[in-house]
Design a protein around this ligand. Structure first.
Ligand SMILES: [Zn+2]
Length: 509
């Protein structure tokens, strides 16, 4: 039987299309963050993630003693609502706590107080590079204790300092499509949590934990989900996802099947490995926590929390780009380091009055110089340590003064770096550093002319070269002048005077 030519052709191209179509990854994240409240979630024990003495911050409530009763920490509830508002979520007017029942030695009560069907926040989103990543829910629960397995011992120890620390759990929709995007989502969330002041969100310290679920599919139907746990840095989130996409793709392409399981990340080998195969969904026998009353929030309460939300990273990104015309990489350094950006704005406000007398172009130039010295030179002096204003010896006034001196070209950029380094270590003001070292730019034209004349006399060969048209002879002579003046002369002025004197010299010959 003959197929019509056109139909045959179409069928062929569809087959080729299907064969070449790559598997599309579908990625969702589950992120836990410890809240930085003063006390724990359901008792008055101190919430101190840095406490080293085991079982120090504990009481009958957080160790699950019979007859003890929990009381919800209002501050923790507010923090989760604040986060939900910052992430465009709907805040539930009615909410409640539930018991999630399971047995594990780090969970003294035999259940975890969490939230099941009425989480505090739902249906939000966070935009990453113009792509909206849906947030399914954010709820509040308590953290578990920590198990310690002494090497070689046939027993384990439990430390309950962490048990009962308020823990926020955020679940995203499966909207992410790559390791890079997942990493950027987690990074942006960390910045937001820090701006809101709700969590230190340090991944290395386990204050923020990211779990990934990922599946691959060629069709609209979702593939088998694999979970990846124990990712303790943003870099490993990206690497683990990229590795997993490739691993699953290889299996599927060779006709294999993906097993539903939980995998861990091997840091040294840079691979994921099977930790346990997932049985059918665990039955946690959730039921409402009978010892805690349901929660009801009035609109005015939510409004009040909304008013406490500070400028968020994305708003700041846009404002910094527009107001200060800074490039993307400088803006990003300021976004990540809130303290540094606040310091920068203090410096700019110190310069404000002076800037007002300048044109728009000059304003941009001054701002750029201030930003450059902060994001490159100061960062260099800090040797990769985080900028913390309270530990920084240079007050904004003095930093602004230095920028003024640089802009007025009263010192060369080489001297400016020396002055900055001195200020960084001593906290002195720039003028007195310049005066005491005699670093002021030579403003006396007469004296500079005298030095240039001496240099010309001392270097007859360079003068001869100049006369025979070799332009780099001027650079050589300028270098001599700069070294003679220990870098305090204005290089532009040196160049101009040199040419003037050399021309006069040629004319007079
Ligand atoms: Zn306690």
């Amino acid at each position: 039987m003959d197929f019509p030519g056109l139909f045959y052709c179409k069928l062929n191209s569809i087959l080729i299309y299907l064969l070449n179509m790559a598997y599309k990854p579908t990625i969702g994240l589950e992120i836990h963050a410890e809240l930085k409240t003063n006390s724990k979630m359901f008792c008055s024990c101190k919430n101190d993630p840095d406490e080293k003495r085991p079982n120090f911050n504990i009481c009958p409530v957080c160790t699950g003693q019979p007859g003890s009763l929990p009381v919800a920490n209002a501050e923790a509830v507010k923090m989760v609502i604040k986060t939900g508002l910052a992430l465009n979520c709907q805040i539930s007017e009615n909410s409640k706590f539930d018991r999630k029942n399971y047995f594990y030695p780090d969970l003294p009560k035999g259940y975890q107080i969490s939230q099941y069907d009425m989480p505090l926040c739902q249906k939000g989103y966070l935009e990453i590079d113009g792509h909206k990543i849906g947030i399914t829910r954010i709820h509040l629960e308590e953290d578990t204790g920590k198990l310690i397995h002494p090497e070689g011992a046939d027993y384990s120890l439990v430390d309950l300092n962490r048990a009962g620390i308020p823990l926020m759990e955020l679940v995203t929709e499966s909207d992410l499509t790559s390791g890079k995007e997942a990493k950027e989502f987690a990074q942006e969330l960390q910045i937001i949590l820090r701006y809101l002041g709700v969590s230190f969100a340090d991944m290395e310290k386990g204050q923020m934990r990211v779990e990934v679920n990922i599946s691959l599919s060629k069709t609209g139907k979702l593939g088998t989900k694999v979970e990846i746990k124990n990712l303790n840095s943003f870099k490993t989130v990206q690497k683990a996802i990229d590795f997993e996409i490739e691993r699953q793709q290889d299996i599927l392409e060779s006709g294999g099947k993906i097993i539903q399981e939980t995998r861990g990340w091997h840091d040294k080998k840079e691979i994921t490995f099977s930790q346990r195969e997932k049985e059918e969904a665990h039955d946690y026998r959730y039921f409402p926590e009978p010892d805690l009353p349901p929660l009801h929030f009035y609109k005015i309460f939510i409004e009040e929390i909304k008013n406490e939300i500070p400028e968020l990273p994305e708003q700041k990104r846009k404002r910094f780009t527009k107001e200060y015309s800074l490039d993307k990489s400088a803006v990003e350094i300021f976004i990540i380091n809130k303290d540094l950006s606040e310091y920068f704005e203090k410096v700019i406000s110190e310069l404000d009055e002076w800037i007002e007398q300048n044109t728009d172009n000059e304003f941009k130039k001054i701002v750029k110089i201030a930003s450059n010295y902060l994001v490159s030179d100061v960062q260099g002096l800090l040797q990769n340590k985080q900028f913390v204003e309270t530990e920084f010896k240079i007050v904004p006034e003095n930093f602004a003064e230095l920028i003024k001196i640089i802009c007025k070209e009263e010192i060369s950029s080489k001297i400016a770096k020396m002055v900055l380094s001195d200020m960084f270590h001593t906290g002195s003001d720039p003028s007195s550093i310049i005066d005491s070292n005699n670093w002021g730019q030579m403003s006396d034209d007469g004296e500079l002319e005298k030095i240039i004349k001496e240099i010309i006399l001392k270097n007859p060969k360079a003068v001869k070269d100049y006369k025979s048209g070799k332009q780099n002879a001027v650079q050589f002579l300028a270098g001599q002048v700069m070294s003679q003046t220990r870098g305090t002369a204005n290089p532009e002025k040196v160049g101009q005077l040199l040419i003037k004197l050399l021309t006069n010299l040629s004319d007079s010959l």
